[in-house]
Design a protein around this ligand. Structure first.
Ligand SMILES: Cc1ncc(COP(=O)(O)O)c(C=O)c1O
Length: 422
């Protein structure tokens, strides 16, 4: 062999080629919400408290797997006829049917006339993304209006899907309530056909929801202007403890015969966070349109994740179709919602007992998992540094992460932050 052609092993080893082809890649910032947990995990303090991430915790501060979910999983494990074959592109048919009923009502005429298409997606995030990509390809108006503020992932999901993101006024820091006038003004200036992202209930991060009368005015404006509502329903049942009450906003928009989209998540209300179970429904004018829409949604899903996972959707389907298990679920769900509501009262009482300056009524008034405290970035940083209390820098705290034992510590931290005038 010609020695000039001998390629030595060391000359071809990857480490000899100098720098990495990824040398130019810069360190990305932590996700603002998930980064809170990263910082919390690094803190050795025994009194540390994580109120950043929106996941339910028990009074003992532990994650909760619902009893009814354990039962459903047991049934799945014991059923030897179950296999691990791929699901269809649109997911588990039974899950889709039951999810649509949960969202739109068991007797929904829209479902009966088949003008709703529902596809299983990867929890709420995946459902939003699939819906957004479908809209970017097929809706004539590619602008989406999202509330100011909103869940941190919304803007990124819609931008990456190819939509142009604008905001509408939502929260009024002065009243710590809804800026209803601003909302109506901004939506009335939106171009016809624009998409409007609405939180179905328990608005994240503010905990501020429109009243039913305000929803009705929003509905009239949206229909008058020919806007397209896209509901994000991540907390059905978590806000009030009632699955039907928390779906009222969405159902009003379906009852008028118009079109809308809804992204559903089972992360919070069934505690299936890591199972990634959700559904996207597109409510159309007619069954014929719905069927064509579904055929196009399949073309979005197939190259994205091919087909969704089977386990979580099977748990949900078992619970939703069995009356006894469904009832057990509603009781467990109500208990979670009630514990959160009681944390609101306890925190409010603790601040009042300390004479903490300010009006804290919004803690009682706001709805769902989060309280938008009104604390500023400097106050949040102070509470983290001095009291080891972790939360997002906008002052949002997860009420679900609090317990009777930790309320006094949080109240002490808030009191100190507010009275030290930082
Ligand atoms: C408003 C809102 N939408 C969607 C989601 C999506 O959650 P997941 O993808 O875990 O279902 C969340 C989760 O925090 C949320 O708060």
């Amino acid at each position: 062999m010609d020695p000039n052609h001998t390629i030595s092993a060391s000359a071809t080893s990857g480490s000899d080629f100098g720098g990495s082809v990824f040398d130019h890649v810069v360190q990305a910032p932590e996700d603002p919400i998930l980064g809170v947990t990263v910082a919390y995990n690094k803190d050795p303090s025994p009194v540390k408290l994580n109120l950043g991430v929106g996941a339910y915790r028990t009074e003992e501060g532990k994650p909760l797997v619902l009893n009814v979910v354990r039962r459903a999983e047991q049934l799945l494990v014991n059923d030897r006829s179950r296999v691990k074959e791929y699901l269809p592109i649109v997911g588990l048919a039974e899950f889709n049917k039951l999810s649509a009923k949960l969202m739109f009502g068991a007797d929904s005429p829209a479902i009966q006339v088949k003008r709703v298409t529902t596809v299983q997606c990867l929890s709420g995030t995946g459902s939003l993304r699939v819906g957004a990509e479908f809209l970017a390809r097929h809706h004539h108006q590619r602008t989406i209006y999202i509330p100011q503020p909103t869940w941190g992932n919304h803007g990124k999901i819609f931008t990456l899907a190819g939509l142009s993101v604008k905001t509408y006024r939502y929260y009024d820091p002065a009243t710590r309530g809804l800026n209803f006038q601003g909302l109506l003004e901004d939506l009335s200036l939106a171009p016809s056909g624009a998409i409007v992202l609405l939180h179905a209930c328990a608005h994240n991060p503010t905990g501020v929801d429109p009243t039913l009368q305000q929803w009705e005015q929003i509905r009239q404006l949206i229909r008058l202007k020919g806007l397209l509502p896209f509901f994000d329903s991540a907390y059905q049942g978590f806000a009030s403890g009632s699955l039907d009450a928390d779906a009222q906003s969405v159902r009003m928009f379906v009852a008028d015969g118009g079109e809308c989209l809804a992204a559903q998540s089972y992360a919070k209300n069934m505690g299936l966070y890591g199972e990634r179970v959700g559904a996207l429904s597109i409510v159309c004018k007619t069954a014929d349109v719905a069927s064509r829409v579904e055929s196009q949604v399949k073309l979005v899903i197939r190259p994205m994740f091919s087909n969704p996972p089977i386990h979580g959707a099977s748990i949900v389907a078992i619970i939703l179709k069995n009356r006894d298990m469904y009832n057990e679920w509603t009781v467990e769900l109500k208990a979670m919602a009630d514990r959160i509501i009681s944390m609101r009262q306890q925190l409010f009482d603790a601040l009042r007992a300390r004479g903490t300056p300010g009006d804290w009524n919004h803690i009682l008034k706001q709805i769902g998992m989060f309280t938008f405290t009104g604390l500023n970035t400097a106050q949040v940083a102070f509470m983290t540094k001095e009291y080891h209390v972790y939360m997002t820098s906008d002052g949002r705290i997860s009420m679900a992460g609090l317990s009777s034992k930790t309320v006094p510590h949080l109240a002490d931290a808030i009191h100190a932050a507010v009275t030290r005038a930082i």
